[in-house]
Design a binder for this molecule. Structure first.
Ligand SMILES: C=C(O[C@@H]1C=C(C(=O)O)C=C[C@H]1O)C(=O)O
Length: 282
């Protein structure tokens, strides 16, 4: 059988699902392919990966090709600490200004545009760039960073007392809608699922077992995260309490709210259904 090519967004927020696989604690006879979200989104859609964690907005754009794996997501209910807009001015004063968007993100770029359109009523100019805060702030008036990049730069801004306002978009989304925000899903290609249903079931079980392992061995997860990012333990402890890797009914409702606003802002072409593996046929 073909070995599963399994994409891994290389940020801390997905690590609870991959830690036990990386360590060989749970069996995984496939290949882990690591990278930023936009790279993995593209690889999955081109058929270079079979399964991957994926920006939730990209699922909505590709429902015909993809299905969602059950009980997995990257979500947060309110402040998320890693989806941050750095700006010289308050967000309400960014009308007509240039916002530099990290080239690593899809969902959070959508979230920023939704909040600008429907919450702040601010119209800005957008430029996509590699995630480098210094360069971004030389080019524009504000910068959107996500994941470990956002957390590291936030720490630097605090330590060096840099004159930037930092807005947590998860917090603003919660103020606006009262909902959680679902940033990423685990998604499988329909063609692979159809051809290898047992392998998909087995991998779903492994991912859930991996999440339990990470929750039961938090020390190991924290130590690995500290080594990987250099972030202090107290920041990491807080972050793993904030990130939720479940996909409950409440998350589904919140995701559909996000998709509704994306549709209103012209970021997705249709209002989508959530097709979850195991709940309907491929
Ligand atoms: C909360 C986060 O979720 C991420 C945000 C993504 C996006 O904006 O496209 C994609 C994958 C997630 O890992 C984060 O990375 O900070």
């Amino acid at each position: 059988m073909t070995k599963i090519r399994f994409g891994q967004v290389d940020y801390l927020n997905t690590l609870p699902v991959y830690h036990a696989l990386e360590e060989g604690i749970l069996p995984f006879d496939g290949e882990l392919v690591k990278g930023p979200p936009t790279m993995l989104n593209k690889m999955l859609l081109e058929g270079k990966l079979h399964i991957s964690s994926m920006s939730s907005i990209e699922y909505a754009r590709n429902v015909d090709q993809c299905m969602i794996l059950p009980n997995l997501s990257v979500s947060a209910d309110g402040p998320v600490q890693s989806i941050l807009l750095f700006s010289r001015l308050p967000v309400t004063e960014l009308d007509g200004k240039t916002i530099c968007l990290t080239s690593s993100s899809a969902t959070s770029v959508g979230l920023l545009k939704v909040l600008f359109d429907h919450y702040y009523h601010v119209e800005a100019r957008y430029v996509t760039m590699a995630p480098d805060l210094d360069r971004m702030m030389t080019t524009g008036d504000a910068a959107l960073l996500i994941g470990d990049d956002a957390m590291k730069e936030h720490l630097k801004v605090k330590r060096e007392n840099l004159p930037y306002q930092v807005t947590d978009l998860g917090e603003v989304w919660k103020q606006f809608t009262g909902e959680s925000m679902v940033y990423a899903l685990w998604v499988i290609r329909r063609d692979f699922a159809k051809a290898h249903p047992e392998a998909v079931n087995a991998l779903c079980q492994t991912c859930l077992a991996a999440k339990s392992y990470a929750a039961d061995h938090l020390e190991g997860l924290l130590e690995k995260s500290r080594r990987r990012t250099g972030l202090p333990i107290d920041v990491l402890v807080d972050y793993f309490k904030t990130i939720n890797n479940e996909f409950t009914e409440e998350h589904r409702k919140a995701l559909l709210t996000y998709y509704d606003y994306c549709y209103k802002s012209g970021l997705i072409e249709e209002r989508v259904r959530l097709a979850v593996w195991g709940e309907e046929s491929v």
